[in-house]
Ligand binder design. Structure first.
Ligand SMILES: C[S@@+](CC[C@H](N)C(=O)[O-])C[C@H]1O[C@@H](n2cnc3c(N)ncnc32)[C@H](O)[C@@H]1O
Length: 335
């Protein structure tokens, strides 16, 4: 009897695990942006290796794998365990052509070495959040879905939005809101947060959204929810999004083989500025000040620009997927 009960318990546990994975895969919704433009720039081909540093739901990776059949390979990185699980499931049909790892894209160089690839023929970063993050109440990104303040894309990290909002010095909060959210009411919001948290911690996304709406709701000329900029700024700070991108862009051209291509899609003007600056630097042949009489920098050109200006999604794509609206895509090719 006891054995039968144990077996039944095992079967039920296995079934509920399978159900959880199935639900995760079914509910991992994300429509990849600018797929045609990404494929035109990356030009995936057979026998080649690619790095997708922001695997997400695997939408772009599926296209790269399809275009590089029968034997092109993709290393897919994502620091979100839910994304990795969903992408593995979705891309199962490609078998060993996909290597998926839970990691920060700043670790790409080490992981490429570890799997014996060293360099690749193409690199893609599609920055920011996936629709899955925004749409999952328990991830605490959305002020429309009341939940504990969290906003971590990598849930292994200690800093979350709850800790940031309830412990950061007022000046730091103000800086984050002003710099990352371009929030005009940054000071007023930071002061109101401080006043509130002295009485009791701010626990949920709706508490914070209500507070911001009370403080900044009447600012003239707003066409978006008053808490949008605050939430965007906190998310960027919690996930150190700009620092990670900056770290990656230090020397990421070294990940590319000659004629290998890198494509980066950003959704925020500060991200796009970092990408533009790095790509221009890599693609110039001298970094000396413009009026220097002769070159002393020792720099040599590493890449050529594929996009003089960023590409943006076409009107039809934005109509079908409004999340694509702010996307800016830039590319370079290694010399
Ligand atoms: C916009 S989604 C990518 C969607 C993907 N291109 C697709 O087609 O499904 C961005 C993904 O990048 C991940 N991400 C953001 N910053 C990261 C970082 N520094 N390292 C690893 N993954 C990161 C997020 O967790 C998210 O899953």
């Amino acid at each position: 009897m006891a054995v039968r009960d144990t077996n039944r318990a095992r079967v039920l546990t296995a079934a509920s695990c399978l159900l959880a994975i199935a639900c995760l895969v079914m509910v991992y919704r994300h429509v990849p942006v600018m797929v045609k433009e990404v494929m035109e720039l990356l030009r995936p081909e057979a026998h080649r290796r690619y790095l997708d540093g922001t695997l997400g739901g695997g939408g772009h990776a599926a296209e790269i794998l399809t275009h590089s059949g029968p034997d092109g390979r993709v290393l897919g990185l994502d620091w979100d365990g839910e994304a990795i699980a969903a992408a593995k499931q979705r891309l199962e049909e490609f078998g060993e052509r996909l290597v998926a790892r839970r990691a920060n894209f700043t670790e790409a160089r080490e992981i490429l070495k570890e799997i014996g690839w060293d360099q690749v023929h193409g690199v893609l970063l599609d920055l920011g959040l996936s629709s899955h993050h925004v749409g999952s109440a328990d991830r605490g990104f959305s002020f429309q879905l009341g939940a504990r303040l969290d906003m971590r894309m990598d849930r292994r990290q200690a800093l979350d939005a709850f800790r940031l909002v309830n412990t950061a010095p007022v000046r730091e909060l103000e800086r984050i809101l002003r710099e990352y959210g371009e929030e005009r009411a940054a000071r007023r919001i930071a002061l109101a947060v401080d006043q509130t948290r002295r009485r009791k911690p701010i626990e949920t996304t709706s508490e914070l959204a209500d507070l911001v709406a009370r403080v900044a709701g009447r600012t003239r000329g707003r066409s978006i929810h008053p808490a949008t900029r605050t939430f965007q700024a906190l998310r960027i700070a919690v996930n150190r999004e700009l620092q990670n991108l900056q770290g990656f862009l230090e020397d990421a051209y070294e990940l590319l083989l000659p004629e290998g291509r890198m494509v980066i899609i950003s959704f925020h003007s500060l991200e796009d500025r970092l990408v533009k600056t790095a790509f221009r630097k890599w693609s110039s042949n001298c970094l000396c000040p413009p009026r220097a009489p002769f070159c002393r920098c020792g720099w040599s050109q590493k890449t050529k620009l594929l996009t003089a200006r960023p590409l943006i999604p076409c009107r039809e794509e934005v109509q079908m997927n409004p999340r694509a609206r702010p996307a800016k895509l830039r590319g370079v090719e290694r010399l």
